[in-house]
Design a protein around this ligand. Structure first.
Ligand SMILES: O=P(O)(O)OC[C@H]1O[C@](O)(CO)[C@@H](O)[C@@H]1O
Length: 306
């Protein structure tokens, strides 16, 4: 079972309009709502690829209910921790030239609910996987992530991390099975630039030394890298007309896990599926239909660079 944990769930509201002018009424062309939050997306995509998954998270108010209702409609198992404050709504505006991403801080999580979530994590099956993705909502301090990992280690729940908080660096001492930074996070959190292959190899080797067992480095239209601590592979990207980059990284991670787990082999197919899925998601609002993944997989190439 692959559990996913979204501490800061969200509804995504994707708006398309023709130009966005200040101080005037901008009539929109198209609006789409989707149940969201980074690890919620991972569960949705895992489910689309027929992998057993269960979504954990804090959910509150009408927006939290919308997300749990939508997950139930998709027949995705959820373990919600219900809060009083309202789950955030993030707004993504495409004005046909640029994409504007308005991402909110998130609701207040009271202390008793933080404890309730830790109890939920204690109840998860041993020898499973937990994907933790996304930002921290109001009143959740970065050390909370370490409390979660401390519960998982004795239960042999293997951890996959996709977080952009600088705390990621400290969490590497818990030896997560996989981390999925993008090139910006590699720079902001670890201080590495990724302009050349040599720089990328150096960065990945260093992050392994700090404790990450495996690294999936996503670089959007520049492709992605996977490193298992011994070898490094590169997979190119499909050229697409981008509508929204939101959710592409989450979907890539889920696609990768759907092939790579549980044996942790066949990383080349997993990388192609990750790259194909990310591209297909980026050419639609939200996650889209994922209907071009197989076609794209056949157009991609993986090369070993170390
Ligand atoms: O948890 P974060 O980092 O605030 O990001 C949340 C946002 O990330 C996305 O899942 C895209 O990865 C959005 O669709 C979502 O609203």
């Amino acid at each position: 079972m692959i559990y996913t944990l979204t501490l800061n769930t969200a509804i995504d509201m994707n708006i398309r309009c023709q130009g966005l002018k200040p101080n005037s009424v901008n009539r929109t062309l198209h609006t789409e709502y989707s149940p969201n939050g980074k690890a919620v997306n991972v569960s949705i995509v895992l489910h689309k690829f027929d992998k057993p998954t269960c979504a954990l998270g804090f959910f509150g108010g009408f927006s939290g209910k919308y997300i749990t209702d939508e997950l139930t409609k998709m027949q995705i198992q959820t373990i919600p921790c219900l809060i009083d404050d309202i789950t955030r709504i993030n707004v993504f505006i495409n004005d046909e030239q640029n994409e504007y991403k308005l991402v909110s801080k998130g609701p207040f999580i009271p202390d008793n609910k933080k404890t309730e979530m830790l109890t939920i994590i204690e109840s998860l099956s041993n020898n499973s996987y937990l994907v933790i993705s996304g930002s921290l909502p109001n009143n959740i301090e970065p050390d909370y992530l370490a409390s979660i990992l401390k519960i998982c280690i004795p239960k042999n729940i293997k951890i996959i991390l996709d977080i952009s908080h600088t705390k990621l660096k400290d969490l590497l001492s818990y030896k997560p099975l996989l981390i999925k930074p993008n090139n910006d996070e590699l720079k902001d959190i670890f201080g590495f630039t990724t302009d050349t292959t040599e720089q990328i190899i150096t960065a990945l080797e260093n992050v392994h030394q700090q404790g990450a067992q495996n690294i999936l480095l996503t670089m959007g239209s520049k492709g992605l890298y996977f490193s298992n601590g011994k070898n490094i592979w590169f997979c190119n990207a499909i050229t697409i007309k981008q509508v929204s980059s939101a959710c592409a990284g989450d979907a890539s991670l889920a696609a990768f896990l759907s092939e790579w787990l549980p044996q942790q082999n066949n990383c080349q197919l997993a990388m192609k599926k990750a790259s194909a899925t990310g591209a297909n998601v980026a050419e639609s609002d939200g996650l889209g239909l994922l209907d071009k993944v197989s076609t794209y997989i056949n157009q991609l190439e993986v090369t070993q660079i170390k």
